[in-house]
Design a protein around this ligand. Structure first.
Ligand code: 5GP
Length: 198
C-alpha cells in the first residue's frame, strides 16, 4: 500500500481501479460492516445476470438519465464504455447525515471529478499486481466478449497513470491482505472513529 494521506477525516470513501482489479469484491467485503453504506449509482448499461434494479445500480434508459442530469440529481456523471453512469446526490447527503461511511465505487474520471469539486473524502485506487494478471482475471471471469475485454485493458492502462492522484493505492495481489489494508486505511479497525463522526 502506498499512501500520501492516510488520515481519514471525511466519511465518503471513493474507490476506483481498472475493471478486473478486484475492487468490487473488496467493496462487497467492506459492506459486511454496517457502518459502511454502498452508493447505488444510476446507469444506462444493460442489467447483468444476477443484478437487481436498485441494488447494484438504478437502471435507467438514456432519456431518463438525461432528465436526471438536467434536474441536477447527480453529483457527478460520466460516460464509461459507451454507457452513462452517475452518482446521485440525495442518498449521499442522507448517508453522511446519518454518520455512515458512504462507499462510492466509481471510475477514475468520476473520482477525479469529485476531487475537483472539492468533495471531501478518502480516495483509494485499487491496482492489479500486473497487466498480465489483469488480462487473466478479465478473461477468466467470462462476463464480457473479447473486444470489450481489449477495450477495458486499454482503459486500465490509462487509468493506472492516474493512480498518483489518489490518497492511497492498494495493490490487490492477495485479496485478504488487500482487504486488511483497506479496513485499516478507512479506520474500521481502530474503533468507531469514522462511524461516530469524530
Ligand atoms: P460496470 O458496468 O462494470 O459495473 O462499471 C463500469 C465502470 O463504471 C466501473 O469502472 C465503475 O466503477 C464505473 N461506475 C460505476 N458507477 C459510477 C458512477 O456513478 N459514476 C462514474 N463516473 N462511474 C461509475
Amino acid at each position: 500500500m502506498s499512501t500520501s494521506n492516510s488520515h481519514f477525516e471525511g466519511r465518503m470513501l471513493v474507490i476506483s481501479g481498472p475493471s478486473g482489479c478486484g475492487k468490487s469484491t473488496l467493496c462487497k467485503r467492506l459492506l459486511e460492516d454496517d457502518r459502511v453504506q454502498f452508493s447505488v449509482s444510476a446507469t444506462t448499461r444493460p442489467k447483468r445476470t444476477g443484478e437487481l434494479d436498485g441494488r447494484e445500480y438504478l437502471f435507467l434508459d438514456k432519456e431518463q438519465f438525461r432528465a436526471r442530469v438536467s434536474a441536477g440529481d447527480f453529483i457527478e456523471w460520466a460516460e464509461v464504455h459507451g454507457n452513462l453512469y452517475g452518482t446521485l446526490r440525495v442518498p449521499l447527503e442522507e448517508a453522511l447525515a446519518a454518520g455512515k461511511i458512504y462507499l462510492i465505487e466509481i471510475d477514475v474520471q468520476g473520482a477525479l471529478q469529485l476531487k475537483a469539486l472539492g468533495v471531501d473524502g478518502l480516495y483509494v485506487f485499487i491496482s492489479p499486481p500486473s497487466a498480465e494478471a489483469l488480462r487473466e482475471r478479465l478473461e477468466g471471469r467470462a462476463t464480457d466478449p473479447q473486444d470489450v475485454i481489449e477495450r477495458r485493458l486499454k482503459k486500465a492502462a490509462d487509468e493506472m497513470l492516474e493512480a498518483y492522484r489518489y490518497d492511497a493505492t492498494i495493490i490487490n495481489d492477495d485479496l485478504e491482505k488487500a482487504f486488511r489494508e483497506l479496513r485499516e486505511l478507512v479506520g474500521l479497525d481502530s474503533g468507531a472513529r469514522c462511524a461516530e463522526g469524530e
